[in-house]
Ligand binder design. Structure first.
Ligand code: ADP
Length: 493
């Protein structure tokens, strides 16, 4: 048996998964690593932890699969996006910790960009809203705050990379300095229309071109790992940001195809084909993972509080003991009894963009029980996703045929079936739920020739369960109208 080794470098853990020739998980291993919070709102990773945990899990995955290094045809990488590293070009030594995508330290800089009206230029070129999530202001922060960094950058002595680039660089012993379109598209420095680093933006952030990697398609022969690492050279044949890797893993490869990941937050991506759709609803326009140098575009939106509302039920309200118990309780009542939970704990994202909104529980009566609250909390995840899907449909005018799902909370059958009811479309949960790693493996396997084409992948992309809508149009309209009234209450609050 031959395998593809997928390295899935996430925000809280590094995973290694071996996929066999039929796209099945043959062995996997994962390791969590340290989150560093130097100040309120700041988040960092130690670069050594990122690399160490990622390399560390490879041999365990091999052992679990009963495979040898010589059985691996190619390596694929998927990674947490936007997280920013800067290192010395000669020694490879990082000059600062990795600044994680969640880190808000440059929020003021982004507010200033907005008040100067530069957000329009940024959106036009990059498809992104001017926000601290993206790499540009993080690079700027490192150059401004590490002594001597700005001069060294100008002298061509420093290299910037997102996590994929950092892994490629280190795994290859410094020989590969590259990234892919999906990661480049999240830096706020890459023009998604010309597919090049943008000189105007580089000037705006005072970042020299010499510190940026070459950009290639996600599926591409990036080069070989250094034998010193694993005792053997391996071909690295794909790189993709986690959400775009998941979209590929679901084989959402045609315009209108859409996936949602139900994690702590939710990430919804829609493939919009060759058209870079401009959003009127505050969604992001970005690049999809693909195998050639004309990538498809995507629309992306996120729900800040997704599965996290279930954690809130468990850890703060303490009305459930485990996340899975939420389903059991929700099913004990025939409906939420008119109760709506709006988990706007940190404001509301797309399509509302209301940072002042706060959480609300509305519609409570003397008969309201914890089962109603739990059910309403789960329903709130589906309503928020539905608001995003509708915004995408308005922006792109592409009809949504079905929603592909993954992530921790997609295990909840009640939630999935309510999602189908509210969206009025099929919700499809695949049997391989490691969709991010699967996407990286598909891209690598197609690139190295393990699979001849996407048609082959369709044969073994198995379905665990399809949820079909089962409520009447009138009932759906009634539920949605109640939700939107509740959202208005949260916005006043
Ligand atoms: P992340 O990658 O963001 O850490 P995961 O994909 O691991 O997230 O999903 C974890 C989230 O899913 C948690 O917020 C948890 O509350 C939620 N979750 C896990 N299992 C269930 C379940 N059976 N029902 C509802 N929510 C769940």
């Amino acid at each position: 048996m031959k395998y593809i080794l997928a390295l899935d470098q996430g925000t809280t853990s590094s995973r290694a998964i071996l996929f066999d020739e039929r796209g099945r998980v043959a062995g996997k291993a994962y390791q969590e690593f340290r989150q560093i919070y130097p100040r309120a709102g700041w988040v960092e990773h130690d670069p050594k932890d990122i690399l160490g945990s990622q390399v560390g899990v490879i041999s365990e995955a091999l052992v679990r699969a009963g495979a040898r290094l010589s059985d691996i045809l190619a390596v694929g990488i998927s990674n947490q996006r936007e997280t920013t590293l800067v290192w010395d070009a000669k020694t490879g030594e990082p000059i600062y910790n990795a600044i994680v995508w969640q880190c808000r330290r440059t929020a003021d800089v982004c507010d200033a960009l907005k008040s100067d009206g530069l957000d329009k230029l940024i959106y036009q070129k990059t498809g992104l809203v001017a926000d601290a999530y993206f790499s540009a202001t993080k690079i700027q922060w490192i150059l401004d705050n590490v002594p001597g960094a700005r001069q060294r950058a100008r002298a061509g002595e420093l290299r910037f990379g997102t996590v994929d680039t950092f892994l490629l660089y280190n795994l290859s012993g410094g020989r590969i300095y590259a990234t892919d379109y999906t990661n480049a598209a999240r830096t706020m420095l890459f023009n998604i229309h010309t597919l090049k680093w943008d000189d105007d933006l580089l000037a705006l952030f005072d970042i020299p071109r010499s510190m940026l990697p070459e950009v290639y398609p996600s599926g591409y022969g990036y080069g070989k790992t250094d034998a010193a690492f694993l005792g053997r050279e391996l071909d690295i044949c794909s790189v993709a940001g986690d959400q775009q890797a998941a979209l590929f893993g679901h084989l959402c490869l045609d315009a209108g195809d859409i996936k949602n990941t139900y994690g702590t937050g939710c990430f919804l991506l829609m493939n919009t084909g060759k058209e870079a759709v401009k959003s009127r609803n505050g969604l992001i326009t970005s690049l999809a993972a693909g195998l050639n140098s004309s990538p498809d575009y995507v629309l992306e939106g996120s729900v800040f509080v997704g599965g996290a509302v279930v954690q809130w039920l468990r850890d703060e309200l303490r009305v459930i003991d485990t996340a899975a118990q939420s389903e059991e309780l929700a099913l004990k009542v025939p409906s939420s009894g008119g109760v709506y939970v709006v988990p706007a704990f940190t404001g509301l994202g797309a399509p509302y963009w209301d940072a002042r909104a706060r959480g609300a529980v509305v519609g409570i009566t003397r008969g309201t029980r914890r089962e109603h609250i739990v059910r309403a909390a789960l329903e709130s995840i589906a309503y928020q996703v539905s608001d995003l899907v509708n915004a995408m449909q308005r922006d792109s005018s592409a009809p949504v045929g079905r929603l592909m799902v993954d992530g921790g909370a997609s295990a909840n059958d009640f939630l999935m079936s309510f999602q189908a009811d509210i969206l009025n479309c099929s919700v499809v949960r695949p049997s391989v739920v490691e969709t991010t790693a699967l996407g990286a493996a598909y891209l690598a396997g197609l690139t190295c020739g393990m699979w001849e084409d996407v048609g082959r992948l369709k044969e073994f992309n198995g379905v665990d369960r399809v949820f079909e809508p089962s409520v009447s149009p009138a009932e759906r309209a009634r539920l949605l109208s109640g939700w939107h009234t509740a959202v208005e209450a949260a916005r006043i609050g």
